[in-house]
Design a protein around this ligand. Structure first.
Ligand code: EPZ
Length: 420
């Protein structure tokens, strides 16, 4: 097992380049299962979740090449087995994204139920209920979703009871090859959903309404994209760099990012006192000597992203005053609070609201990562804490951040990866 050792407080300076978006790369890689032709990708981030995805489809009969230095992936996606086994899906819940393409392309699928994770139960009932409305037979046996198409997939009007990102993505796959039109209401508007929709449009899909909460898909045929697909930048990695600059009172430039996808995050950090210059594909961040507190709630896009909640909570520990952070998407996404309290953070959780009293003079301590974004929030806090912090179980971090410690060292952080 690896750990990160971070020595603080430190000042950051310089430029950092954002990698490709994990939560865009995953659905567009699974989209290859709709085809039998070679599908090529660029700017694929070097992450464990990408490794898991490629090995999962390889175990089903596909094959791939992956140049981890250049981020180029070639997928030869024809599969023999339509089974996405538990051993893979338990490592990465996004394995549920194999369900839509397999059912749409082959008319059958057996995909392990993802099961819960540290941040919540993570059910997939909205995915399955919607598929049933489209003529797909769906059952659950011994922890597996068994799906089949008795006659044909037919378009339908679907209303999601709650916004679901991968639910919207799975139904986009199915609707593209359905007979007739499908309307998805209360659909997710996340940039990753728009990116998947754009990818499918490059494959001939007729999708209206991308970026709104109502998507209309005209079922038909698809063809492989004519050009390699370049994965857009990761908006949550970008937000994590803003949090790191905020707590270390630094000036940094974030390159190869898309500020337009971060409006709610930029306004929150500006409210705390950061000066942020926006370019077409960069952000120049200048953090103040003292941060103002903030009160916010997470919500589906374009609201403040739940995947930035932990990093914002770490930031609030250093603000002058009391902040209130409310988590509305997941029922257990405050696992980082107990770890931050070990550094001396003053945080009280009541229900789904964390009240943070700052500024806290955090002292380094041994910590344990519990989930992907929580581990990022611990790194952020450790950069500004006094003394040495060791964060264990950073495989959680490696699932979603490409070489974080190398990028932080380039910005001047005192951080190293150690075996433990
Ligand atoms: C996606 O997860 C992201 N993962 C998550 O990012 C992100 O936190 C989440 O969307 C919310 O933005 C990927 O894109 C791979 P949901 P997803 O379905 O699709 C409930 C990260 O850090 N729900 O939008 O699984 C669910 O329990 C990860 O990269 C049902 O009840 O999330 C949750 O409370 C963490 N039934 C809420 O809806 C369903 O069928 C939103 O979940 C589906 C969801």
């Amino acid at each position: 097992m690896n750990a990160l050792r971070i020595h603080g407080p430190t000042r950051l300076a310089g430029k950092v380049r954002v990698s490709g978006s994990k939560n865009t790369a995953l659905p567009v890689l699974f989209a290859a299962l709709l085809f039998d032709d070679e599908i090529r990708y660029e700017n694929v981030p070097r992450l464990w979740d990408i490794e898991t995805t490629l090995q999962m489809v390889e175990s089903m009969g596909a094959s791939f090449t992956w140049n981890k230095e250049t981020g180029q992936v070639s997928l030869f996606p024809t599969v023999k087995s339509k089974v996405a086994p538990y051993e893979w899906v338990k490592r990465m819940r996004a394995g549920i994204l194999a369900l839509g393409p397999l059912v749409a392309r082959y008319g059958e699928a057996k995909v392990s139920l993802p099961g819960g994770c540290a941040i919540g139960a993570r059910p997939v009932n909205f995915h399955l209920d919607a598929m049933k409305q489209m003529g797909i037979q769906v059952g659950v046996e011994q922890g597996y979703i068994i799906a089949s198409v008795p006659s044909k997939i037919r378009g339908a009007e679907i209303v999601f009871p709650q916004v679901t990102v991968t639910g919207t993505e799975n139904l986009l796959f199915v609707a593209c090859l359905a007979d007739g039109n499908t309307v998805l209401k209360n659909a997710a508007q996340e940039p990753e959903v728009i990116a998947l929709g754009n990818f499918l449009q490059l494959c001939g899909a007729k999708i209206d309404g991308l970026g709104s909460s109502t998507l209309t898909i005209h079922g038909g045929k698809l063809h492989p994209p004519k050009m390699p697909y370049s994965v857009p930048p990761d908006r949550i990695e970008t937000g994590t760099w803003i949090a790191a600059a905020a707590v270390t009172k630094s000036e940094i430039e974030i390159q190869a990012c898309n500020p337009l996808e971060l409006t709610s995050v930029l306004s929150a950090y500006r409210e705390m006192g950061l000066k942020i210059e926006e370019g077409k594909d960069f952000l120049k961040i200048s953090a103040p000597q003292s941060l103002r507190p903030i009160s916010l709630s997470t919500s589906p896009y374009p609201g403040f992203p739940t995947d930035m909640q932990a990093q914002m909570l770490s930031t609030a520990c250093f603000a002058q005053g009391t902040s209130h952070i409310t988590e509305t998407i997941f029922e257990n996404r405050f696992m980082h609070v107990a770890e931050l309290q070990r550094l001396g953070a003053k945080i009280e959780v009541n229900g789904n609201t964390a009240t943070v009293t700052g500024p806290a003079d955090l002292q380094g301590a041994p910590l344990m990562a519990t989930d992907l974004r929580a581990s990022a929030s611990l790194v952020v806090a450790a950069l500004a804490a006094h003394g040495s912090t060791k964060i264990s179980r950073i495989y959680h971090l490696d699932r979603g951040y490409q070489r974080l410690e190398e990028k932080l060292r380039q910005l001047g952080a005192q951080i190293e990866r150690i075996a433990e």
